[in-house]
Structures are given as C-alpha cells and as structure tokens.
Write a protein of this length. Structure first.
Lengths: 411, 251
C-alpha cells in the first residue's frame, strides 16, 4: 500500500516489531520467502480469466461466470489487485490503495482496529508492498447479493501481503464472501492478511471466508472487528483443504450497547496440516452478546482450537462451543476455551468436547439399516453442518455446498 | 417367525439373560412384563443385535435364518426394527434424514411429509434428531421412523412411558399400523414384542401372549390381560414367589 506521511509512525512501529514472534502458533522464518512479487495486468472482465484459475476460485466460493449473483467483485493475485467492480449503488468495492487516494479520511481507519506492531506478520504488511480490498456500504445501504473477494497466490515462495478495510456505515448491511486460494498444488508461499472491520451503529455484516490453500503454504490472517451500538458481525470460516501451517485468532470488540458477534468455524485437518485457529470476543458494552461455535475434525493433522470471551460490561452474555472429532489413527486436537469476567451479573459459558464419534449414535443409525460406514458418514456430515442464523439463504446454501464438496477429504 | 432357543446373554462379562426360549409366530404380538432389572431391555437389545450384548449360548432364528451372530445393521435390513426408550441425540442429523434413511429412498419428500403428519411431527423434520424432544415426541419420532422402515418384527421398549393420555392414543394407533392390527389375522405378516410396565398399551394393542421376566429368565407365559390384572393387584412379588416355587434360583 502507498505509505504516505501520516503512516510514518506506523512504519516506525512496524520496524520495531519486524522480528516480534506471534503470541500463538509456530514461528515462520520470513527470510525463506520474498516480498518481491510479479506484476499482473488489470482484468476488466474476470470471466475472461483462464478456466483453471476460475475453477480454483470457484472452489473458494468465487463465482466469475455468473456475476448476477454478486453485488461486487474484487480479485487480487499475489499483491496486485487485478479487478474490482460493483453493480449496486451505495456499495463500494475497490483496492485499498485506490481508496486511500480517494478518501482523505481513510487514515482514521487504517491500523486503527488491528495493531500494526502485533507481531512480525502485521509489521511485514506495513513494511513491504501490500494491497487489499476496501469494501464499504454507505449509510442505510444493503447489499442485495454478496460482495466477493478473492486473494489468490500465484508465484512460488512469495509473501502475499494483504491489507483489507471493511466499513459498514450506520444502518447498512453487507454480505461478503472471501475466498483465499493457491494457484499451485505444492509451491510454498506465505499469506499474511490483515483485515480491519468497522461496523457502525445498527449495521450488519456477514463475512464468509473459505480457504483452499495447498500443503506447502503458511497462512497468518490478522483480523480485528469493531462493532458499534446495535451492530451485528457474523463470521463464518471454512477450512477443509490441506495447508501447511495456519494460525489465526480473529478478534471482535463489541464497543456499542446491544452489539452482537457470532463466529462459526469449520475445520478439517488432514495429515501434514497444522492449525491453530480461534475466535476472540471482547464484550465491552452493556448487553452485548456473542456466540462462538467451532467444529473441528482431524484426520491426521494437528488442531489447536481456541476460544476466548471476555465480559467487561453489565448484562453481557457469551457462549463458546468447541467440539472436536478425531477420526484418524494419528492427529491431535487441543481445545482451549477461555472465559474471563470482570464484574458481577455477566453470563459467560462454554462447552468443549474432543473425541471419537459416539458408538451409541452409530448404532442408533445402524438399527435403522445403515451400514457402519454410512452411519459414520451421516454423523460426520451432521457434525459439520452448522446452521447459521442470520445468513441469507443463498449464502447458507453455498456454504452447505462447499462443506458437502469437501466431505470427501474427511471420509 | 422369531424363534429363540436357550439364549444366554452377557453384558460386560456379566450374564444377564439365562436360557431364554420364545417363539413369535408370523402376525403375532407378544408382551413382556417384569420388574426393573429383570432383563427385558437386554432381551430386546440382544434380538436387535447390539454389539455390547454378547450371546454366549443358544440361537436366534428369524424368518428361518440363523441370525445369532449377524450384525446389527444386517438384522435391521432383514426386517427387525426397534424403538429406543432413550435414543441418543445426534447433532446435525435431522429427523428428516433419519426418516429418509428408514425409507431407503422410497417415496421421497412426499412420503416423509405424510409420515410426519401421521406422527404429528411436521415441525420436527428440520430439527436435529431427538434434540430437545419431549418424552412423547421421542416416542412418536421412534414410531414414525419404524413406520418408514416397515420392519417385519417390531421391538418396542416401553412405548407408553413418559407419554400423556392425549399422546398415548396416537401412539396406540401408530403401533396398530406398524403391527398391521387393522388387517385380518390371516393376512398379518408383522410381529411385535413389546415391553410394558404399566400395561396401558394393552388398551390399544391387542396381544394374546405375555411373559413375565424375572432375574434374566422367563418365569411365566400366559394371557397378558390376566397377567396384568395379577401384577396390578399383587405386584411382581406374587410372580416371583410363584416362579421361585417352580424353578431353582439361578446362580
């Protein structure tokens, strides 16, 4: 991203944090990768992209041949935005670099939700060339169809530095699908994605993210969301394809009364996949609410499933559900649900369970005539089926399809 | 026909059933009485073929085939069905999915809606199976699944327990459908074996043979209505005394 004068302090902070390891997850040696990336041409008609590329993007929920189903589209290959468009007035979709040129108030948002010096990954995004999407719904505007954004990694051994800013102005409604994908089957790379969400008074954002990487890629998303009074943030995360090492702990801060945050994540880790994934919510305003649901299956991979809710205001309510299934002979599942309260009258709870499929459930289905394999498959399918309240039907059915398409990885 | 010969069953290495003999002819429904812990549910589970219930002696023949060592799902596909007393909640598996599995693809969505209407469970099809169901709803859901499965031998474990008087009539009707009680006797193909504590179900389902089970054996065979009258009047003690007078105590 263009580094203007106002960001000088950020540059300094980033420099100071350039070697700072992350609080969680394995440390990745950034020197193994390059920040020097190739250039790609702007693509006014994304349906003209190579068929193979489009198919990979489709696997991450990005539809380029049927733009009628989307309110807007943003595509980025490595660090280059190659397309952005929108079909609805009042919904803005562009590259962050472009938005910085357009809006002189944007520095009020950049690095305001997510700390630039959180760790060396956030610092890297500030220190090197980066870009990302800027998606904004103007006050009272509601996106009819979802806005889609694809972050696509093409070049080998590159660091994809992404910085996204999403603003839902007062009373607006935004539905976003982000698909992150690797164009190669086994080339190494590192994706660092900073996302800052600002959900203003009475606004609603649903954010559905599907990851389809490859077994050699490292991934470090860094997401923080600020939710104002009466706002709603609904985040769904789906990772069912192999990845080398992924650590993220997206954080939402409810700063306005009666704001609501829901995080759902569905994770599947095969052999060689290492995940450290959680969701963290700070309930800092009266009557704010959250629900975190995580479903994780290991078929040989290692999963740390975290969850953290902190209640700092009266009459808040939070629930955390963390369920893990171990289906392979190897693989580990480490569930870490955490709750912290700092005043009386708050209501925080969690449930966590890790284990195999209950025999009793398998036998129940077998008593109806299903074979053991069929019964197991039905239960696993059910385990991965999270009914997401508040998600538009179209998105729900796309998410369902994405889960079903990936079930083969588990069975 | 179901024919059980000298059947002994252990659960977690402890013998629960000893030398059970029972024959249910095609078209007949039999009733099992007995105090808690007598082994009634164990007998049903062993007939159904749950792996935890190990047959150590004897045989079970169903439709002239030896099913003693046949797996649970094979027995289900051969035509044995069971209503669970406390079925597990299976999160994410919808009631609709269960009914569809029981129907084995027959009839499609229309057949499912029809069955749900019969069981008064129209609003439950999209819910996770048994999740937050009341006692009566569980029973109706179990019978709905069995109606979809159409077993030739139906095993019912206390179908009336936890059910209020309004529901019990509906459950009785569904059981009669299941056991073809509305067919002329000669044409009935379906068999039933029902555990009942209260006997209420006898007001709805006509059964001609009853057993009293005590201590893992069948103590007494006879007319179920007569048995129920005795049990109601004198409790199981009378049965146990009578039975103890005839058979030596089992080890």
């Amino acid at each position: 991203m263009s580094k203007n004068n106002t960001s000088k302090t950020y540059q300094d902070k980033a420099k100071a944090a350039a070697n700072k390891p992350a609080a969680f997850g394995d440390d990745i040696d950034l020197n193994k990768y390059t920040n020097e990336v190739g250039k790609y041409k702007y693509q006014p008609d994304p349906s003209a992209l190579p068929r193979e590329t489009k198919e990979i993007m489709l696997g991450a929920g990005i539809m380029l041949d049927d733009p009628g189903q989307r309110t807007g589209t943003y595509l980025q290959i490595d660090n280059m935005p190659i397309h952005h468009s929108t079909t609805q007035e009042g919904i803005e979709v562009m590259a962050l670099s472009q938005a910085i040129g357009k809006y002189n108030w944007l520095p009020d948002y950049i690095w305001k939700a997510q700390a630039v010096d959180a760790d060396k990954y956030t610092a890297n995004v500030e220190l090197y060339e980066s870009d990302g999407y800027f998606i904004r719904a103007l006050p009272g505007q509601k996106s009819v169809f979802p806005v889609q954004a694809c972050l696509y990694m093409a070049q080998s051994k590159v660091i994809q530095n992404v910085h996204n800013v999403i603003i839902a102005e007062e009373g607006s409604e935004l539905h976003i699908i982000t698909g992150c994908a690797a164009g190669t089957r086994d080339e190494p790379g590192l994706h660092i994605g900073v996302s800052e969400f600002f959900i203003k008074k009475g606004a609603k954002v649903t954010f559905t993210m599907i990851h389809t990487w490859n077994p050699e890629i490292g991934v470090r998303p860094r997401t923080t969301t600020i939710v104002e009074e009466g706002g709603l943030f609904l985040s769904n995360y789906l990772l069912m394809k192999p990845v080398n090492n992924l650590q993220m702990y997206p954080t939402a801060k409810c700063v306005g009364e009666k704001s609501t945050v829901r995080f759902n994540s569905i994770l599947v880790a095969g052999k060689g996949t290492n995940l450290d994934v959680g969701s963290r919510v700070f309930l800092n305003a009266r009557e704010s609410r959250t629900e975190i649901i995580s479903r994780a299956i290991t078929v040989g991979g290692n999963i740390t499933a975290r969850g953290y809710i902190e209640g700092n205001a009266p009459d808040i309510k939070g629930h955390l559900e963390c369920r893990g299934l171990i289906l392979g002979e190897t693989g580990t599942m480490y569930a870490i649900p955490e709750l912290k309260g700092s005043l009386p009258g708050i209501d925080l709870s969690h449930e966590a369970a890790v284990g195999k499929i209950a025999e009793e459930e398998v036998e129940y289905l077998m008593a109806r005539g299903l074979t053991k394999d069929e019964a197991t498959a039905a239960i696993v399918r059910g385990f991965l089926r999270v009914d997401i309240e508040g998600l538009p039907e179209q998105l729900s059915s796309e998410l369902r399809k994405a889960v079903e398409a990936s079930e083969k990885e588990v069975m | 026909m179901l024919k059980i010969n000298d059947l002994s069953v252990t659960v977690e290495k402890k013998e629960i059933l000893h030398d059970i003999n029972m024959t249910i002819n095609t078209g007949e429904t039999h009733v099992l009485f007995g105090p808690n812990g007598a082994g009634k549910s164990t007998l049903l589970m062993a007939i159904m073929g749950f792996p935890k219930y190990k047959i150590t002696k004897g045989t079970i023949f169903f439709k002239d085939k030896d099913i003693t060592y046949m797996s649970l799902d094979e027995r289900a596909r051969m035509g044995i069905g069971m209503s669970f007393q406390r079925p597990p909640v299976v999160r994410g598996v919808k009631t609709r999915d269960m009914v569809a599995a029981c129907l084995k693809g027959e009839g499609g969505a229309e057949a499912i809606s029809k069955l749900a209407e019969r069981a008064d469970l129209q609003d439950f099809l999209e819910r996770d199976i048994n999740y937050g169901f009341s006692g009566g709803e569980v029973k109706r859901s179990e019978l709905m699944q069995l109606l979809a499965q159409k077993p030739e031998l139906t095993l019912l474990d206390e179908p009336e327990s936890g059910v209020d008087l309004v529901n019990i009539a509906l459950i009785g009707e569904m059981m009669n459908d299941l056991l073809e009680k509305n067919c002329p006797i000669q044409e009935r193909q379906c068999m039933g074996l029902i555990i009942t504590h209260t006997g209420h179900i006898l007001d709805y389902v006509n059964a001609r043979t009853g057993y009293v089970m005590c201590d893992g054996t069948i103590g007494c065979v006879g007319d179920p209505h007569e048995m129920l009258a005795t049990i109601r009047e004198k409790g199981y003690n009378e049965c146990i005394q009578c039975y103890l007078g005839r058979v030596p105590l089992h080890e």
